[in-house]
Design a protein around this ligand. Structure first.
Ligand code: FAD
Length: 412
């Protein structure tokens, strides 16, 4: 338990990748700072609510050397499949090496790095309330009160920290939460693949997709993410039965959870506050993956917090550096698209309105090619698709491609 004389520099709520990476970054700048993580779980990373896909580049960008024990599988590429009225599915390729993580071990590993940098992690201590007291924040748990200069919400989807610190209005948070999608995954025997496979079909998985990730040489993790539908398990089974010859869902392998579906909170900082990771909606809205973005945005959060502590200024204006950093980060230094490009949200509206017609055009254009081979200005191909299936604007096709291109970089 803490009393008022004991003022911490930073309290982080949540020991997922966003929280532990924020702590690690702050303390590697200055290990004299007092940084505490409060985590509600007794066992970090358990239960797992994630497929575990992450690119090698994603880890490299945040300087994480992955220990072998965190790797469940190594991947060279991924495929995105689109429904086609002639051949069932057409697909595009994305060459980008990466991993399937043992997510529980990975979360523990980043937590270990944070501890080694000097962070204290209190497990089994959920944050229950946060209030302002003068210039400080008071964080309440069952065990007592903690006073801190800065509070970080890294508490995942449905962030209570974002609500309690009022970084945005109640209405904005409610609207944003209405955009959440639900994910469900099973291990399935008799299905073998060496790639990450994403099947986009807006009838089977509205506003989402079905994924097939390699688990072992003879089994795969098959999951669905979708919005506004029930019976996710039945939808996975329908997909499995019509795409694989001898599959067997393995009992007790369910993984499930919610994912922010429509991107980031309209504001991710406040007076002495930072919101990061799924709590801030930094999940990529196309692939719904967020490990990489959580880590990257946490690095920016750590840098902005270090800057504020150095200046001894935690005002909203100073904290806004964080949002400048994460929204300004580009695919290629100085140019290219930002992680928060509006196209990754617009694509969802386009596909929602036009459904599988848009996806079919995408499949026709990609047709087994690597995504980066397709240039936005090559509209002839788009026109060919539009002649085939009318009523879709070239500008929308351009947006869809841009969103996929950005998601290739930030999607996993
Ligand atoms: C089914 C499914 C599959 C997915 N597959 C992938 C994938 O393959 N690749 C990918 O990149 N992403 C995937 N994701 C998304 C990914 O899991 C998240 O983006 C990622 O976990 C975000 O990390 P985070 O640290 O922001 O949040 P989290 O990992 O959710 O961590 C938040 C932490 O905060 C803690 N917490 C919450 N409330 C409190 C409180 N009041 N007090 C204290 N602690 C609290 C939680 O216990 C948790 O430990 C998937 C998600 C789902 C649901």
């Amino acid at each position: 338990m803490a009393n008022k004389k004991e003022i911490l520099d930073v309290i982080i709520i949540g020991a997922g990748p966003a929280g532990t990476m924020t702590a690690k970054t702050i303390l590697e700048e200055n290990n004299n700072l007092k940084v505490l993580i409060l985590e509600k779980r007794t066992n970090i990373g358990v239960p797992v609510a994630c497929g575990g896909g992450i690119s090698r580049k994603g880890l490299k960008d945040v300087n994480i050397q992955l220990p072998e024990e965190c790797i469940e599988n190594k991947i060279v590429s991924l495929r995105t499949y689109y429904p086609n009225r002639d051949v069932k599915w057409k697909y595009g390729q994305i060459i980008m090496p990466g991993f399937i993580l043992h997510r529980d071990r990975f979360d523990k590993y980043i937590a270990l790095l944070a501890r080694k940098a000097g962070c204290k992690i209190n497990k089994n201590e959920p944050m229950e309330n946060i209030e302002k007291d003068g210039d400080l924040w008071v964080v309440k748990t069952k065990k007592g009160k903690y006073y801190t200069k800065i509070v970080v919400g890294a508490d995942g989807p449905g962030s209570r920290v974002a609500e309690l610190t009022k970084v945005v209005s109640k209405e904005a948070i409610k609207q944003w939460k209405d955009g959440y999608v639900v994910g469900l995954e099973y291990e399935v025997g008799g299905v073998a693949t060496d790639k990450l496979n994403f099947y986009f079909d807006s009838e089977l998985a509205p506003e989402g997709y079905i994924w097939v990730f390699p688990k072992s040489k003879t089994s795969a993790k098959i999951g669905i993410v979708a919005k506004g539908v029930t019976n996710l398990k039945g939808r996975i089974e329908t997909f499995i039965q019509s795409n694989f010859s001898n599959p067997k869902i393995i009992e007790n392998t369910t993984v499930s959870g919610t994912i922010p579906g429509y991107g980031w909170l309209e504001k991710t900082y406040g007076d002495g506050v930072i919101i990061v990771g799924d709590a801030a909606g930094q999940t990529n809205p196309v692939f719904y993956s967020g490990i990489r973005n959580s880590l990257m945005c946490a690095k920016f959060a750590g840098e902005a917090i270090s800057n504020a502590l150095l200046k001894d200024d935690f005002s909203e204006k100073t904290m806004s550096l964080y949002e400048d950093l994460w929204k300004g980060y580009k695919i290629k230094k100085g140019k290219g698209f930002a992680i928060a490009d509006p196209s990754v949200i617009e694509i969802k509206k386009i596909i929602k309105e036009r459904g599988n017609d848009t996806l079919e055009i995408l499949g026709n254009m990609l047709d087994n090619k690597e995504l980066s081979e397709i240039k936005f200005f090559k509209f002839k191909m788009a026109i060919k698709g539009i002649l085939h299936i009318r009523n879709i604007k070239i500008k929308d096709i351009k947006t869809v491609f841009k969103a996929f291109y950005i998601s290739k970089e930030y999607g996993w």
